[in-house]
Design a protein around this ligand. Structure first.
Ligand SMILES: [Fe+2]
Length: 434
């Protein structure tokens, strides 16, 4: 992983705020370095780290504390990651084609981090704390996979920890994926959202950012993972970075990027691209500028021009956290929109996914559909707070609803369906695509 691992020496105890989606951010700072080694194979019980106030993480065999999850999938490769709390945890995965076939194995490399602070969900004693201590991210990277093929895998340390992923499809093939944003599962809505979307068997998930909310006082990363595991096990995970990835000092590096950094290809530490079926996906980080002259803007502009010239190019989808247009209760970004929209139109960006404004919106601008899909569990917002904005006459659907999206891409059409936490369809649309 190319992000920096950090060693934090101070003890932090910040007061929680039960809020919707605060714009407050704390910029991460660099420092420290991780170490990498080859995954081990069995061992004795470990002690884990010692947390704040003398509390310790209990680390028992098989020592798996988070995951697994999958990132960085292309036509022949994938990255399967999980976290262990002891360096002697068994490494590696066993995998096979989902339709059947022989078992294959891939070893894992291990990146170590020592965290100095313990973070608790102070309003929820049932949420496991994120204890200070030393943790080990395993990454198994199977190679030589078949394109357009779904695989199932399990961890060699614990065969009950398992999942699936699908490799990049040849251009023109149909596929489906899920999108979700602003997941605050401690509030209790996310489980229903996932239960009603995952049976549609999406091949991967886009996350619009605000992945976990310490600020709600209801959850930690340790409590987030078990609730979200059905989604993480269903397919690859491609997140965008939101403001809540930086609630704590160093959270972005020590947690969000340690788990989900290098999710795709190209780009920078927090923005990237990937493709499947001739459809190209771009994840932008709206905590940094996406405007004209910004590194991300320049990168997006050049890469869209590059991929749209490929012979098997169909179209692109761009996703990011803070909306550039919304009629709800957050800011918009007319300057970024004025810069980006001509680039979108010139390069067949047919769908833009936004988050941050907790609710659902769909804007039909003709050649481009903008969605706000930020009902993954964070406290519901007011989707009508700023309907006087001059583009709100182009908003064709909205709902203050906990939901996720299922997208189906077929020959000639992209269909999106917003499904709420009870399984009701709150909106559906179809747009023609190349
Ligand atoms: Fe947000």
């Amino acid at each position: 992983m190319k992000h920096k691992m950090l060693l934090v020496l101070s003890v932090l105890s910040s007061a929680p705020v039960l809020s919707a989606c605060s714009d407050e951010t704390r910029a991460p700072t660099g420092g420290g370095a991780g170490t990498t080694q080859t995954g081990g194979s069995g061992g004795t019980a470990g002690t884990g780290g010692v947390g704040e106030g003398g509390e310790a993480l209990v680390c028992n065999a098989p020592y798996i504390t988070k995951g697994p999850w999958v990132l960085g999938v292309d036509e022949a490769n994938a990255k399967v990651r999980w976290e262990a709390c002891d360096m002697t945890a068994t490494g590696g995965i066993t995998f096979s084609e989902e339709v059947g076939g022989g078992d294959q194995t891939a070893n894992s490399t291990v990146t170590t981090i020592t965290l100095a602070e313990t973070h608790k969900a102070v309003l929820n004693g049932n949420a496991a704390p994120d204890y200070a201590g030393t943790y080990y991210i395993h990454e198994a990277a199977p190679t030589g996979l078949k394109p357009g093929t779904c695989y199932v895998y399990s961890l060699n340390a614990d065969s009950s920890k398992k999942g699936r992923f699908c490799t990049q499809r040849p251009a023109g093939e149909s596929f489906s994926f899920m999108a979700i944003g602003d997941t605050n599962p401690g509030l209790g809505h996310t489980t229903g959202v996932l239960e009603n979307a995952l049976p549609k068997a999406p091949e991967f998930t886009l996350h619009g950012g605000d992945i976990q909310y310490y600020d709600s006082g209801l959850e930690t990363w340790a409590s987030w993972f078990p609730i979200m595991q059905p989604m993480l096990s269903a397919g690859a995970f491609f997140p965008a970075i939101g403001n809540h990835e930086s609630e704590k000092e160093e959270e972005l590096a020590e947690y969000a990027l340690r788990f989900f950094g290098d999710a795709g290809f190209d780009g920078g530490e927090t923005y990237y691209r990937f493709q499947t079926g001739g459809v190209h996906f771009f994840s932008l980080n709206t905590e940094d500028s996406i405007g004209q002259g910004s590194p991300q803007g320049t990168w997006l502009e050049s890469r869209l021009a590059q991929v749209s010239a490929l012979p098997d190019y169909r179209f692109s989808i761009v996703f990011f956290h803070k909306p550039i247009l919304t009629c709800g209760d957050t800011g918009d970004n007319p300057a970024a929109r004025a810069y980006l929209e001509p680039i979108f139109l010139a390069n067949k960006v047919v769908l833009v996914l936004q988050a941050h404004m907790h609710g659902y919106e769909r804007f039909d601008l003709g050649d481009i559909t903008y969605l706000t899909t930020a009902g993954g569990g964070g406290l519901m917002g007011n989707v009508d707070e700023n309907t006087e904005r001059d583009y709100c006459n182009m908003r064709v659907a909205s709902a203050p609803a906990y939901h996720s999206m299922i997208f189906n891409i077929d020959a000639g059409n992209l269909t999106g369906t917003a499904i709420d936490e009870d399984g009701a369809v709150i909106d559906t649309f179809t747009t023609p695509v190349p």
